[in-house]
Write a new protein. Sequence first.
Length: 376
Amino acid sequence: MNEKKFLRISHEQWKRALYKVMISAVSFLASIVLVGIIIWISGYSPIETYVSMIKGAFRSQTSIALIFSEATPLLFTGLAFAIAFRVRLVNVGIEGQMMMGALVGAIVGHYVTFLPHIPHVLFTMLVAGLTGMLIAMFIGFLKVRLGANEVIISMMLNSIFTYIGSYLANGPLRAKITGVAQTEVIQDTALLSKLVPKSQLTTGYLIGLLIAVVLAFILDQTVLGYKIRIAGNNRIAGETYGIKATKLYYIAFMISGFVAALGGTIMTQGPITRFSDGAVAGYGFQGISVAALGAYNPLGVIFSSFLYGVLRAGSYTVNRTTNIPYEFVDVIQVMVVVFVSAPQIIFSAKKWFKKRKAAKSNPLPGSSSPAPDQNQ
């Protein structure tokens, strides 16, 4: 089998990629319009809301840094969900894997005291990432060997890990002088460097970009990536050519778990500096909409996480300067998932508008002519 033949990007692949980009763009615009209608019905001005959001997001260097800071955890969770979905596995356990990564990062970051800065940072990230990888491997084992549903298993494990994290933050690992459920601050040697002074933006974002580029290269330019694409698009055809889908399930799910947990410790080693109960809650599920908007492509996830970073950073300004609730940003995320997951909605609406336009431009014969005079 000629591997170069499969690694070459064909014209059909470009057409499929363009189709996915179109679906994502239209879905995002449709979400913005629909949420704008909801904002208007709620008694607020959608134009004022969006203008304030954009101005607030780009008003200064600090606010721009906040965009990338808000995009950082979404970048990791979006990548984690996207890589698993490429083999048609739904890793909704990203939430729990990210939480355990944040917890393990806090433990290693605080209690390991004999390492200098860079080795301590890397060691903490490695241990946290391997924790998420082991969790994902366990889910993959139940999926492949026992035929368990990965969605149900992942959701149950999310609850278990939430309770474990809450217990440890409230009990054995709770900081001595505090009334909040949180661990001790990690060592300075485990902290990531800040890219912008007096901001929450750290080198964690650059690490996320690097991972996205590496994953994109693997998926598009390697034999492993080709096998993953085949297993996701047509498992039966892949097995005909000797591609074992079960092995690829393990690989994709383990990478997904590693990236998710790495996102958790990036937060611990960055803006949070410790593990606290509920500090990374919600990022895992938000990563689903980020991956969907990015067409489940690692490079697409970079742009979609940036868009959500703009929305989140701008919404802080809107919430602070107006009476408009912050929750409208969450509604946008939900609408994106709806439209991307069901693209037929968009095409049905497109067909309806075309039919209506055709009906107006080409009326039925005699429909516009005056009725005959009955007296004649």
